[in-house]
Design a binder for this molecule. Structure first.
Ligand SMILES: [Zn+2]
Length: 256
């Protein structure tokens, strides 16, 4: 009898302990879930680029709508893109820039299937690649890159540095630029402006297999009044995709 009583008490203690353990496990699981949810929300908030209030930066200039095709340094560009490039040159030189942008062209526009790494962005108009290496000793001119990208953006290009090996193993370092508002952009180039991974959304323009856009490393889009007049605007923090007129998706309502 006595043995049975002891056994019963031991069983009761074991059951109580088991209940306690499962309660502790359940509550820690809940806390972990809560922490994960919080991290995901906070992470998304930190990553989503936010728009800045509009004020036209100095140096904005609307390019002429001239689509005459011209050969420059072995590359084909339209006159609009060339005018934008020359304007960028003026802005960049005024700030002490040393590169000659016409001579720095390594790939132009209207170059379908030219480079697989460009995934069609150079097929139409408005696309240009620029070397950032010294013509004298082939060194990368790191100091020239930030002022050059700033000048190109003010002149109306979505421009980013594509570092060595960034597009594919062995891809050369260069600046890739897409002329905002060019009527002859390929669809891939147009997507780099306001598509899911686009410039106006604060991203680097490179489609990602996992669908997560990568942030722009050069301080976000430069918005000029002429771009706004053509329906472009700062799309940072806007639902993605948010279409603009003439874009890759059809706008569901008229955008002022
Ligand atoms: Zn390019």
């Amino acid at each position: 009898m006595r043995g049975e009583g002891q056994q019963g008490a031991a069983k009761l203690r074991t059951e109580r302990a088991l209940r306690m353990i499962s309660r502790v496990l359940l509550s820690s699981l809940l806390s972990a879930l809560l922490a994960l949810t919080w991290l995901a929300t906070a992470g998304a908030g930190a990553l989503a680029p936010t728009p800045t209030p509009f004020g036209e930066p100095e140096g904005c200039w609307e390019p002429p709508d001239d689509y005459t095709r011209l050969w420059v340094n072995g590359a084909l560009l339209n006159a609009r893109t060339l005018a934008m490039l020359d304007h960028a040159q003026a802005l960049y030189t005024a700030r002490g820039g040393t590169l000659d942008l016409r001579l720095a062209i390594t790939q132009g526009s209207y170059n379908p299937g030219g480079l697989a790494a460009s995934f069609g962005t150079h097929d139409g108009g408005g696309a240009v690649d620029l070397s950032v290496r010294s013509r004298a000793n082939w060194e990368v001119l790191w100091g020239e890159i930030p002022p050059l990208i700033a000048a190109l953006r003010t002149a109306g290009f979505a421009a980013w540095l594509r570092d060595a090996d960034e597009l594919h193993p062995g891809s050369p370092i260069h600046i890739h630029a897409i002329a905002v508002g060019d009527a002859e952009l390929s669809e891939a180039a147009r997507a780099q402006l306001d598509g899911t991974f686009g410039y106006f959304r604060g991203y680097d323009g490179l489609p990602q297999i996992n669908g997560v856009p990568r942030p722009d490393r050069h301080g976000g889009p430069v918005i000029c009044a002429w771009m706004v007049a053509r329906g472009f605007r700062d799309l940072r923090g806007q639902p993605n995709p948010y279409p603009t007129p003439g874009g890759t998706t059809v706008p569901p309502w008229p955008i002022p």
